[in-house]
Ligand binder design. Structure first.
Ligand code: HEC
Ligand code: HEC
Ligand code: HEC
Ligand code: HEC
Ligand code: HEC
Ligand code: HEC
Length: 489
């Protein structure tokens, strides 16, 4: 049974609350000798408000942080975990037990009796973070979307307060990460299911399933790595059953609207990061549609453990650590990817000001942390984040691929690319510059046989790209074809 929640559950949604305590952090603030970067690992976390009938997810949020002693002209910056403690709280949100009936049902659902406001891992709404390698983590914070001052409206994007203290207990640095949570799971609110009881009544009458023995924890039988349950083999992964059973939605819906039927949601709009807001990426661009989600698991993908990677579109200079999720990967100087970028779905610059607060306080703008002085105190000689060496980008992209036909090459205003049929389904054509940055992503319409795409030598914003060498990668059904092209002035 459950009891081994992985770091997976938390994540993100937020509301315009709690700006009060960020106002002390302006871009002009003088940084001390130490900085703390803090974030929520998933970018969104769903929870059920009521657990009396069925339970999909409990309140369970995760905060992560890294403390960095700033460098100077003679010292490199240093990630520290010794001689420092890190505490967290959610200002204006001090209790959960009056806001959800989770505590009443935890004994029957999870076999544990929890003290009020204490979550499944023993964490409360405030407390201290634990050292884990080179970072700090508070896993399983039972926060709800209702601040004490508003028990009526959900505030999915509240801000937590993370404070680092020295051995004497004096504050040395603080950060205000989003602690996102939403109840927009919507089985009923979507107008699809009459009630939670109706869902139980229509569930197959398999051995051990009694629609009247409530509450029902779906993950008890359906394996769910997010909750650490292994389930019953005959029931299959929860993620598989949910996406498979509802794949009819693919026929009538697409884009975020489809996934927002169950993931939060029409109000919460959890996908809010730069990849979506600036570059139009939808859930399906990275995860595939409902059918693809289900087929992937049937073909061996472990839900929650194997997820899309940045490297499937970006190049190796921007890749996660081998076989490691984005949220667990580290980059430049041992700083975690999310320490500079924030979580997936909420990658900075984000639509929600709460997500951007940390980076604005540290470097004056909301993009990924790139200002060397924030951590080094100076601008060091040598390569910074992604230390990209232009040599090798082309080698990497072209290696082991069949050649794409591009004409004309060199080109001035447009070129035509012949796209071979590498497998079933749609594909994407990515255009990279010499630094390995994606300049443009083109998605030709689905069809049969060879297709063509046209690139007008422009980036997504419509701006003309600089003259130089570009690389094109056609990805379809896990196969690749690539080529280079020169753009003239
Ligand atoms: C007592 C164990 C058990 C529990 C609890 C349970 N399931 Fe199932 N569920 C099964 C089994 C076994 C199957 C059948 C698998 C099969 O034959 O495809 C199944 C099938 C399903 C299917 C596919 C439906 C179909 O008609 O094939 C869905 C969707 C599903 N479950 C969702 C849920 C949800 C949502 C919950 C929580 C409210 C839940 N299950 C709780 C055991 C369980
Ligand atoms: C009918 C409801 C429903 C819809 C619609 C839905 N999901 Fe889900 N999804 C769920 C549930 C429930 C879970 C949690 C399963 C668990 O806890 O293991 C989940 C989990 C996931 C996960 C994490 C588990 C995994 O398989 O890695 C991903 C990723 C995901 N959904 C993507 C999507 C995408 C993309 C879409 C839109 C194409 C979508 N979902 C639409 C219900 C849905
Ligand atoms: C730009 C690509 C991208 C888009 C767009 C995207 N995701 Fe994800 N998603 C990811 C990546 C990457 C991960 C794995 C994060 C990690 O490794 O820590 C992930 C993980 C998840 C998970 C598992 C929990 C987690 O955060 O690790 C869920 C659930 C999920 N996505 C749902 C969605 C839904 C629903 C949408 C649309 C509303 C969506 N995603 C849009 C890239 C994307
Ligand atoms: C489905 C393909 C895909 C995946 C997966 C993907 N990206 Fe992107 N990314 C793009 C595209 C396309 C662009 C924009 C290029 C353009 O249009 O200018 C982009 C742009 C960006 C940018 C520049 C944002 C800005 O401010 O302009 C960042 C940062 C970024 N991605 C980070 C990530 C991270 C981090 C991940 C993994 C968590 C990731 N991407 C996964 C396709 C992808
Ligand atoms: C978010 C914090 C952070 C930012 C921003 C950052 N660095 Fe670093 N950097 C580190 C850390 C931590 C180390 C590891 C120092 C060590 O343990 O050796 C490091 C190491 C380095 C090193 C090797 C060690 C040294 O100091 O010679 C170089 C070179 C470097 N960074 C350059 C840069 C440059 C250039 C930039 C700006 C473009 C930059 N860094 C931005 C945190 C950062
Ligand atoms: C020290 C801060 C820092 C860390 C740590 C960091 N990044 Fe970045 N990242 C940046 C900055 C700054 C940019 C924008 C400048 C650029 O494109 O080189 C960026 C850009 C990106 C892009 C977009 C590239 C494009 O096409 O525009 C991706 C993808 C990315 N990072 C992925 C990652 C991954 C994966 C990790 C962890 C393995 C990571 N980053 C760790 C600072 C960081």
């Amino acid at each position: 049974m459950p009891r081994r929640p992985l770091l997976l559950l938390a994540a993100a949604l937020a509301a315009a609350t709690a700006m009060a305590f960020t106002s002390g952090h302006s871009a002009t603030q003088t940084l001390g000798d130490t900085i703390v970067v803090a974030w929520n690992d998933l970018g969104m976390h769903c929870m059920n408000q009521t657990h009396a009938t069925l339970s999909i997810l409990p309140p369970f949020n995760n905060l992560m942080a890294q403390v960095i002693r700033r460098g100077d002209a003679t010292h490199a910056p240093q990630l520290i975990t010794q001689g420092v403690t890190v505490g967290y709280s959610v200002p204006g949100n001090t209790t959960s037990v009056t806001k959800t009936d989770f505590w009443a049902w935890a004994p029957s659902l999870f076999g544990v009796t929890l003290a009020p406001d204490v979550g499944l891992t023993g964490k409360s709404l405030s407390g201290s973070m634990d050292v884990s390698g080179a970072h700090f983590a508070a896993v399983g914070i039972p926060v709800t979307p209702w601040p004490d001052s508003d028990l009526v409206h959900e505030h999915p994007y509240q801000q937590a307060l993370v404070v680092a203290r020295d051995a004497q207990g004096l504050e040395i640095a603080r950060s205000t990460p989003t602690i996102p949570v939403s109840t927009e799971i919507n089985c009923g609110a979507s107008g699809c299911h009459r009630s939670e009881q109706a869902i139980l009544n229509s569930h197959p009458r398999v051995t051990g399933f009694d629609p009247n023995a409530k509450p029902v924890l779906c993950a008890k039988c359906h394996a769910d790595p997010a909750l650490g349950t292994t389930g019953k083999p005959e029931a299959g992964y929860f993620s598989l059953k949910m996406h498979d059973q509802h794949q009819f939605m693919d026929q009538t819906m697409s884009g975020t609207n489809e996934c927002y039927m169950c993931h939060p949601g029409p109000k919460t709009q959890c996908l809010r990061g730069a990849m979506n807001q600036l570059h139009g990426q939808q859930c399906q661009n990275c995860h595939g549609n409902m059918a693809a989600m289900a087929r992937g698991i049937e073909n061996g993908r472990i839900p929650w453990v194997q997820e899309p990677s940045c490297a499937s579109c970006h190049t190796a200079a921007y890749a996660e650590n081998p076989n490691t999720l984005f949220k667990l990967s580290t980059g430049h100087g041992g700083v975690m990817c999310e320490g500079c970028h924030n979580s997936t779905h909420a990658d900075v610059p984000s639509r929600q000001p709460e997500d951007n607060a940390n980076n604005i306080a540290l470097q004056g703008h909301a993009g990924p942390l790139g200002d060397c002085k924030v951590c080094h105190g100076v601008i060091p000689a040598g390569a910074g984040p992604h230390g990209i060496t232009t040599a090798g980008v082309g080698d990497e992209l072209l290696r082991g691929t069949t050649a794409l036909h591009v004409s004309p090459d060199p080109m001035r205003s447009a070129c035509t690319i012949t796209l071979p049929r590498l497998g079933e389904g749609g594909g994407r054509l990515l255009v990279y510059d010499m630094q390995g940055r994606i300049v443009r992503m083109l998605e030709p319409a689905q069809g049969h046989g060879a297709r063509v795409a046209t690139w007008d030598a422009r980036g997504r914003g419509g701006e003309r790209v600089l003259p130089g060498i570009y690389f094109m990668l056609w990805q379809q059904a896990g196969k690749r074809a690539a080529s280079r092209v020169t753009v003239l002035r």
